[in-house]
Design a protein around this ligand. Sequence first.
Ligand code: CLF
Ligand code: SF4
Length: 335
Amino acid sequence: MSILKEVTLIEAESVLSAGAFPASSCAPAAASFATPAATPATLSPALEHISARHPCFALGKPNKKGRIHLPVSPGCNIGCRFCERSINKGEQRPGVTSEVLSPAEAVEIVEESLALCPEISVIGIAGPGDTLATSTAFETFRIVRERFPQLLRCMSTNGLLLAERIDELVEVGIDTLTVTVNDIDPQRLAEINAHIVYHGKLYRGVPAAEILIANQLAGIRAAAERNVLIKVNTVLVPGINEHYIGDIAAAVKEAGAGLYNIIPLIPNAKMAHLPAPNCAQIDAARSAAEQHITVFRHCQHCRADAIGQIGGADYAEQIYAKRQRARQKDTFSHG
Ligand code: CLF
Ligand code: SF4
C-alpha cells in the first residue's frame, strides 16, 4: 500500500474512532484548592488576571465560571493509543460529542447556551479531534468573536501544527491555549503515541515522537512569545510517564507554559488493558509537577460538547436533544 493511501486510511479511521480519558474519582480535598506550598510563587500578572474569568485557569478555589465547548473539529493528525473518539450522548470524557457542528451551527449553540447559563465566560474548542488538523476551529472563532466579543476564546491542541499556525491563532484572538504534551522523551512517547501524519507523510514510533515533541515545545514557545496564556495537559499513563511528570512539567514551564493539568488515563482503545492511575499515583504526579509549575486541580475531563459550569449542571444534553427534535420534525414525512 502506498504511503498516501495509508495516510488517508489512518485519517479516515481516526476521524471516526474515538478517544481518551477518565473522570478522576480523586476529587481534590478542600485543602488542596489552596495554592500548594510547592507551587512556584511567581505567577504572571496575566495568569492572575485570567484566573477569575476562566474556569480552567482558576487558581485556588473554583471560580464558578462556565465554558461552552463547540465540537467543530472532528479530524486528527496523530494517533494517541488511548484515543477513542465517539459520537454518543452518554459518555463523560474528552473525545465524545453528541454531534459535530459546522461553524454556523456553533453560533446558534452559543446563543442558546448563554440564555440557559449566563455564567459562561469562555468559548472553548477541544475536539472531538485536533483543532489544528483542520481549519474549522479558526473559522468558528472568527464568527463567534464578532458575535460574542465579551467571551474568552480557548483552544486545545496536540501541538503538532502549533508553531506553523501560530499567526492564525493570534489573528482569531485566542486568549488561552491548552497543549497536550504526554512526554518529552521520544522512546516513552512512542509507547503512548503510535503515529503522526505530518505534511502529508506518515511517521511511526520514535521518529514520529521526535517530531511531535519538538513541534509541541516550539509551539509553546511561539505562543508564549505572543502573550497567549498556555496550560499543558498530560495524560498520566501508569508504567510509561508516571515517574517523569516532574521532567515534563519543567520542560513545558521552561518553554513558556503557565499552568499544568494532569489527566488520568482512561484505559481505552489500544490502552484498554492498562490500569487507570489510582489516587496515590495522581497525587504523586501532581506533587512532582508542582515543584516546577502551578497545577490546575479542578479538571472535569469534559466532553467535546460540554456546556455549563465546571462540576456543575451540564446543558449539552438538553440543547442537543432540542436540536435533534427540531431536525426530526423538519424531516418527518408520511411518504
Ligand atoms: Fe475547554 Fe480546555 Fe479551554 Fe477549559 S476544558 S478547551 S481549557 S475551556 Fe477545563 Fe474541561 Fe479540564 Fe479541559 S475542565 S477538560 S481543562
Ligand atoms: Fe485523540 Fe486528541 Fe490524541 Fe488526536 S490528539 S489522537 S483526538 S487524544
